[in-house]
Design a protein around this ligand. Sequence first.
Ligand code: RIB
Ligand code: CA
Length: 309
Amino acid sequence: MKKPLIMDCDPGRDDAIALMMLGKDENYELLGITTVAGNHTVSHTFNNAQRLSAWLGIEAPVFRGCERPLLRAPVIAPEIHGDTGLDGFDEQCMPKHQETEHAVNWLVKTLLAATEPVTLLVTGPMTNIAMALRLAPTVLSHIDRIVLMGGSMTLGNVTPAAEFNMYADPEAAKIVFTSGADLYMAGLDVTLKALCDAETITRMSAHKNPAAKLFHDLMIPYCEAENRAYGMPKAPVHDPVAVAILQQPDLITFREMNVTIDTSTQEGYGRTYCDYYNTTGLKPNCHVAVNLNTEGFWNLIEHQIQKYN
Ligand code: RIB
Ligand code: CA
């Protein structure tokens, strides 16, 4: 029996690889894809998610979510993901039907109607999830767990302190991290180990199918963009690590700890304070990923690509 899953994302080049991994998953039923402003405006992320689902033959409906963060000014990342948010993937294929219901309304309706608890995979800013929790707090009892890419026990990637998904909507993240939901966090501590380079691209492209072409067409400019931005010869594919938590959890080592979100300081705005040594005595609220089996991770990516043959 497949487990119900909803993906909330901001495609985004690495979100695209994460979605590809789910497209042929035998264990999860993807009920829907909700999109949010993050890597680019929600107009772009919505359009990108529709084009990706059509290209990959994913029949899950795609919904347009919140236009902007709850409080702060919007931030986008065209320097990493390009002017469309998905530069490199130019296919203009679209689903047969375009959804017009707002993603948050659909999330609430779907969760409340679910006959079993639903897993949420969140690979962008948490605006939609926070809004759903505020609009209908009883959705919490319909959420099995929230598996998210975001945060960091140490350095940030968009400020010295904050990772992008958290920084893009810290107030939303605080709502989610104080909700009581069962959280699994793939932060930069593990995603910076998932490094894609030219050899990886050659390996994955060899499969000559829609997923392999997607990987090739997106990861070449992604590696270039990451190198320009961070001086890194290899590019961290962040969001697929969150999918690995769903598909092969033994690739990841977790440590339960209390995680709080900085919404009040200037330098630390968006930072995830991860109480690794339990110095605060606060009850752990998150399973934080602290290590990744990188060889197994890339084997998992290749295994998912091969399913599109
Ligand atoms: O910090 C990396 C995260 O921010 C990834 O989810 C990437 O897609 C961007 O959303
Ligand atoms: Ca993302």
